[in-house]
Design a protein around this ligand. Structure first.
Ligand SMILES: C[S@@+](CC[C@H](N)C(=O)[O-])C[C@H]1O[C@@H](n2cnc3c(N)ncnc32)[C@H](O)[C@@H]1O
Length: 495
């Protein structure tokens, strides 16, 4: 037992680190966005009167239903808002502080600083207040006040928790991303160094850098020994010379969403998206970055795809199967099915520029003889009738406009042969759509960039049953969940 304890806390630390690198800012965006939308004024007290339906709440705040839902679902998942199934939302007594003017003012002030916080690299280089909209803002002073100075007590532990997540989480994300940008993480990889040395290596002012190091210390990443600063033991074990570049590669994607999150309320009420992935040029840029990251995790996803292929093979033989991989990305899912049986033939469908990155991956696995590359838009190509035994939709639904899904599912169902299976992978929400939290944060990012939705099993059934795929189940896999659907009775594997 004694030996497994450090390993456990190491895992928890890595999870925490990944949370700060990305989802912590999504959490802040939802908690601050709810204030910008004036949501809490419309939520009845729990138990006092009937809960408010999503439709009415959206109407009251002047927002779309999807946008309103994207913001409120994480609040339900965190327990700050109550969801009464089939009826609607209310505010529990423990969340009463959300209606206090002083608390609301503090939240508005934090949201006002969201975009300013992206100037942290500049503040570190100059050590001075940053220019902001014709004036100046003391960004380092703000960080000092939030992380290094004694804090006024919050009205309740729940209020303190809300405040920490709303105000400090996005500042933590920004501190971590900036540590990557200025080269601080890299500078500490080889061991503790003096403040002056770190400042020189990162091109920053020592006293400004001391603030950032203090913030990282409060997050458990950094430890001071005398005049030297270095990684804490857990950080040192999590971020070594091999893993650090991989960790840092994910950080710029967080910043792609920064501006959009500052204007989340605008997306909900006006349907204007600062990062609009329905714009072809923006989508091309983001998906290309994405494809190279996906290629980076090819090996772990190949394992996952192979497990999914085993699941399918336990339900129907894969011999001579024709498989279609829709939105193939790196090609990893189709490849996993190609490897599962030497007679399987796979069609890889994605846009032309993404397919260029697929071909070398398929060649490396010696699968090109059984591969067809199909460059096209999965929403407008003609899939034909009774063409495929297995159709894969791995992590694609969140990239597609929700209003297109009924038609797409209809086309895919028609393209399946008798006994054919449709396999969807990615995040799967709970039936109540109140978790898991990381899936809700993922869904919020999809929303704010005008992309697709993340679905629950009941949501899937509403799409699958009308097109004749009357039998479907969700399966828990490492990293992701998988939904398998078919026409009528199929021999489901025992759980
Ligand atoms: C998140 S990636 C998933 C990649 C891969 N399936 C995986 O699981 O690793 C989504 C993929 O869907 C593709 N995609 C998005 N919209 C598409 C469309 N309308 N037609 C074809 N491909 C599309 C993107 O190019 C991207 O490669």
């Amino acid at each position: 037992m004694a030996e497994s304890t450090p390993a456990l806390s190491q895992t928890a630390f890595v999870q925490q680190l990944n949370f700060w690198a990305r989802d912590a800012s999504n959490e802040s965006a939802a908690l601050l966005g709810a204030f910008a939308l004036g949501m809490f004024a419309h939520l009845p007290d729990e138990g006092a009167s009937a809960p408010i339906s999503l439709e009415s709440l959206a109407q009251r705040i002047g927002g779309t239903e999807r946008g309103t839902r994207s913001v409120i679902e994480p609040l339900v998942g965190l327990g700050f808002v109550r969801l009464e199934e089939g009826r609607g939302y209310s505010l529990p007594a423990s969340s009463d502080f959300l209606r206090h003017e002083g608390f609301a003012a503090r939240m508005r002030e934090a949201l006002d600083g969201w975009l300013v916080s992206a100037k942290l690299p500049e503040a570190l280089r100059t050590g001075a207040p940053v220019e902001w909209r014709g004036g100046s803002r003391d960004l380092l002073g703000w960080y000092r006040q939030e992380f290094l100075a004694p804090r006024a007590p919050a009205p309740s532990p729940t209020a303190a928790d809300y405040e920490d997540r709303a105000v400090r989480n996005f500042l933590r994300t920004q501190a971590l991303v900036t540590s990557g940008t200025v080269g601080l993480l890299e500078a500490m990889v080889s061991g503790p160094r003096l403040l002056a040395e770190l400042a020189k290596a990162t091109g920053t002012q020592p006293e400004a850098l001391r603030v950032l190091l203090g913030v990282l210390a409060s997050m458990g990443l950094v430890r001071q020994e005398g005049d030297a600063f270095g990684f804490s033991e857990l950080a040192g074990r999590s971020l070594d010379a091999t893993s650090l570049p991989y960790f840092q590669r994910a950080l710029p994607a967080t910043m792609d969403y920064w501006e959009a999150f500052a204007h989340l309320d605008e997306a909900v009420t006006q349907r204007t998206f600062r990062l609009d992935l329905r714009d072809p040029e923006t989508a091309k840029r983001i998906y290309q970055q994405n494809a190279s990251r996906i290629t980076g995790i090819f090996v772990s996803h190949l394992k996952l795809g192979r497990k999914a292929a085993e699941l399918v093979a336990s339900m129907r033989p894969l011999k001579d199967a024709r498989v279609l991989d829709v939105g193939t990305g790196s090609g990893v899912w189709g490849a996993a099915f190609g490897l599962a049986d030497p007679s399987v033939h796979v069609t890889y469908l994605d846009s032309e520029h993404v397919l260029a990155q697929v071909k070398p991956n398929i060649a490396k696995l010696k699968l090109e003889g059984r591969a067809r590359y199909w460059a096209g838009d999965c929403l407008s190509v003609d899939y034909g009738e009774s063409q495929y035994d297995v159709i894969l939709l791995p992590q694609v639904i969140p990239a597609l406009p929700p209003e297109e899904l009924p038609r797409l599912f209809g086309q895919l169902a028609r393209a399946l042969r008798p006994q054919g299976l449709l396999l969807v992978s990615g995040y799967l929400l709970t039936d109540r759509r109140d978790g898991p939290l990381d899936a809700l944060y993922f869904a919020l990012r999809r929303y704010v960039s005008n992309e697709g939705d993340v679905l629950s099993m009941p949501d899937f059934r509403r799409l699958l049953e009308p097109v004749g795929l009357t039998s479907s189940r969700g399966f828990e896999m490492p990293i992701q969940q998988v939904v398998v659907a078919s026409r009528g009775d199929v021999p489901w594997p025992s759980p």
